[in-house]
Every structure is written in C-alpha cells, then in structure tokens.
Design a binder for this molecule. Structure first.
Ligand SMILES: Nc1ncnc2c1ncn2[C@@H]1O[C@H](COP(=O)(O)OP(=O)(O)O)[C@@H](O)[C@H]1O
Ligand SMILES: [Mg+2]
Length: 230
C-alpha cells in the first residue's frame, strides 16, 4: 500500500531522517514508535507532502508520489490527523466537519458511517470545538479526516493527553476501520498497551533512523527498554 525507500530529510542543515525504509501493508495497522524527537511526526509530514524529502522513493498504491503536492496526495486517498488535533476551536462540531466535506469534491454531505463511529459527535454537533474535552476533539479530528474516505489514514499520537476510556474507544474505532472497511492505518504512538491493542506491525525509529521492525507479537521488553522507555 505504501512503501518508503531510503528517505532522507533535512530541516535546513539539520539532517533529521536518515535512510528510512518503511512498508505499510494494506488493511493493517502499522505503528511507528520511538522516543520524543526521533522524527516520527516529520516522517508523517513527508508522507503527506508537508515536508520535502532530499532523497528516497515513496510508492503509494503502485504510484511514485514523492514529487506530488499535499493536496494531490490527499486526493489519491491519504488522510492525516496531525499531532495536537488542530480542530477549529471557534467553529461548532458540525461546522468543523462541514469544512472537511465542502473542501472535498467527491463528498456532498457528511457520510453517515463516520458519524455512527462517533455517536458523541452527533449529540454535540452544536458545541464549539474548543469546548470539547481533549478526547472528544481527537474524535472530531479523526472524523474530519475520514470524511474523504481515505485508503490510508495517518494518525499522529491520537491518545496524547486523553482519558483512558476514550483511548480505548479510539482504539476500537481504528480496529473497525481496518477490519470492517479495509482501511490501512499508519499510527504514531507511544502508549504500549494501546499499540498492542491496535497494531499489527511496528517500526521503531531512533535519532532519525530505522532500528527494528516486525510483527507486533515480536515486540519484546529488551526493545522497549532500549528504544522506548526514557
Ligand atoms: N519545523 C522544524 N524545523 C526544524 N526542526 C524541526 C522542525 N520540526 C521538528 N524539528 C526537529 O526534528 C526532530 C524530529 O522532530 P519530530 O519529527 O517532531 O519528532 P517526534 O515526532 O518523533 O517527537 C527534532 O529534533 C525536532 O526538534
Ligand atoms: Mg511527534
């Protein structure tokens, strides 16, 4: 579904991503892990086209996309929920969602299946985005990204600062997107329990480089100690 080969990225003179390889399999959840500052968010931004790579290849659905602008990648079916959610605080829930489907040529109205994944958003549709709890904002941000029915959904730390019961709900939604709708998910996440609940595959980055990857069942305590705990 998505295949990254030897990705190098720089912020100015600062070499941030080194020779990254990553394979995201269709209809699976691949989890990108690593401590703060190793380059996880940067890698998602390069996939979305928000940061430019210096070298490397990106193949999405059989097509080289590394030269494409962000909007074109979105049009091909890549959806993105950035770290920190970034919903519109002064728009209502309904308006936040409307912005997404009005920006989308294919979608004339809010897809019912998206709302049915997040019943809470239906009952809060007139509330301001900024008045929602962190967990509700995250659900809104995910719903907004789903409006365009992406084939590949990029999620950057969706559980950051969220109460445990909503973390669990978000995990269930991610699994349903994969198991019921065949969606492919690339998740950046640090909470181990959550990762084990939702992921099929994992990749660990350290200082901008690939360290180790495999089936989620093979993620062991030594790896966690070496690359994930502070
Ligand atoms: N816009 C930017 N300009 C310059 N350096 C950046 C920028 N964004 C992130 N960085 C740096 O790149 C490195 C990787 O950051 P990031 O991708 O956000 O890491 P992570 O998401 O794994 O915590 C860090 O050293 C960070 O300070
Ligand atoms: Mg980050």
């Amino acid at each position: 579904m998505l295949d990254l080969q030897k990705i190098d990225q720089f912020y100015g003179d600062s070499h941030t991503l080194w020779d990254i390889d990553l394979e995201v399999k269709a209809a699976k959840c691949t989890c990108l892990m690593g401590r703060n500052g190793v380059g996880k968010t940067t890698l998602l931004k390069t996939i979305m086209g928000e940061e430019i790579i210096r070298s490397g290849k990106m193949i999405f659905d059989g097509q080289s996309i590394e030269g494409f602008k962000a909007f074109k990648r979105a049009g091909l079916g890549i959806g993105y929920v950035p770290q920190g959610r970034q919903i519109f605080p002064r728009l209502t829930v309904e308006e936040n969602l409307k912005v997404a489907f009005e920006a989308n040529a294919k979608q004339r109205q809010m897809p019912e299946w998206v709302l049915s994944l997040f019943p809470i958003l239906k009952s809060m549709k007139s509330r301001l985005g900024g008045d929602l709890s962190g967990g509700q904002q995250q659900q809104l941000a995910i719903a907004r990204a789903l409006v365009s029915e992406p084939k590949l959904l990029l999620l950057d730390e969706p559980t950051e600062g969220i109460q445990p019961n909503i973390v669990k709900e978000i995990g269930e939604v991610i699994r349903r997107l994969i198991d019921e709708r065949g969606m492919t998910v690339l998740l950046v996440e640090q909470k181990l329990q959550f990762v084990k609940q939702v992921a099929d595959q994992f990749y660990i980055l350290d200082r901008g480089r690939n360290q180790i990857n495999g089936d989620i069942e093979s993620l062991n305590d030594d790896m966690i100690k070496q690359y994930l705990t502070v």
